[in-house]
Design a protein. Structure first.
Length: 318
């Protein structure tokens, strides 16, 4: 193939990925119909059922103070402004509940994408999950069939199941149907784009000005790649890589891809699990990081079914 033709093909592939990323934003991002529907509905249901989900709100309050207390004390946060993004009127007194609703939408989406892609042959996923199946997803028992012991591993964002009704069923159906109808796009981005998909989604669901007020800053993919280059990490499965404050595990995703590109060893799954590790305090980021880890190595998990159990090396700390 000539150099010119190769460059044109590469340019065409990049344009296709860019189009797919825009499509992803249109489907799930802050200005999308789905985000507006889910966040507003979750917020309304949460407020109306505060006593029913009190345990979840109390846990979230502790996390909220630990994660955002100092940032919010230093910066002025316009709760009404953030609500406008999703078509919701948010009073300053309800900011905690609103952020829980917003993060719950993202958590549901992460788990829907992970379940739909990883459990691709699971027959019940031809339709919207039932309440019982959602309990298996939220509790992680369904992922154990693929040898995964600790995903999702935290139920703080599963509060919606305690107030399950026809309205909530319709909401979850909207998320799963949208994911199902766009699986080819999602898979293509995961396999071909130089980014971690859940970090990309988070940054396009939570507006930039909101993330900065909360003190959240994500490492751009190009910078993560550059730093791996600078430290000489080329994909040696026996070298240990620890990513503290790992967020959605951007460094880890690129590190795993380098290992997979360089080696095809029989016990490569063991090496990845043992040597590429993430630490994170934010439970939402832990969820995203674990999902990224699982989906990046999913073909190894298919080979591992019924052989042994693995624990995702993403650890929560406080």
């Amino acid at each position: 193939m000539s150099k010119g033709l190769d460059m044109r093909n590469k340019s065409a592939r990049n344009c296709r990925i860019t189009d797919y990323l825009r499509k992803l934003i249109d489907l799930f991002g802050v200005r999308s119909r789905l985000a507006s529907l889910c966040v507003s509905e979750l917020y309304e249901v949460l407020i109306k059922n505060a006593e029913v989900v009190e345990e979840h709100i109390d846990r979230w309050r502790k996390i909220y103070v630990a994660l955002y207390g100092r940032a919010l004390a230093r910066r002025k946060f316009n709760s009404r402004k953030i609500g406008v993004y999703y078509g919701v009127k948010v009073s300053p007194k309800r900011l905690l509940e609103f952020l829980l609703s917003l993060h719950t939408y993202y958590a549901i989406l992460v788990k829907a994408i992970t379940a739909k892609i990883l459990l691709k042959d699971f027959p019940l996923f031809d339709k919207t999950p039932s309440e019982d199946l959602l309990y298996e997803i939220e509790g992680g028992s369904i992922f154990c069939d693929y040898g995964i012991l600790n995903f999702p591993d935290d139920d703080i964002f599963s509060w919606y199941l305690t107030v399950w009704d026809a309205r909530m069923k319709g909401l979850i159906k909207s998320v799963y149907d949208t994911v199902t109808n766009n699986l080819d796009i999602i898979r293509h981005i995961m396999d071909k784009a130089a980014l971690d998909i859940f970090g990309f989604l988070y940054q396009n669901i939570i507006p930039k000005d909101v993330r900065h007020v909360l003190g959240e800053h994500y490492t751009p993919p190009w910078l993560a790649q550059l730093i791996l280059d600078e430290v000489g990490y080329k994909g040696d499965p026996n070298k240990r890589l620890l990513e503290p404050c790992c967020g959605s595990f951007t460094f880890g995703v690129f590190a795993i891809k380098r290992v997979l590109n360089e080696r095809e060893e029989r016990n490569i799954l063991n090496s990845i699990q043992r040597n590429i590790i993430g630490l994170e305090v934010n439970p939402l980021a832990v969820l995203a990081a674990k999902a990224n880890f699982v989906l990046t190595i999913r073909h190894l998990l298919y080979e591992n079914i019924n052989k042994r159990k693995i624990e995702i090396p993403i650890y929560s700390y406080d």
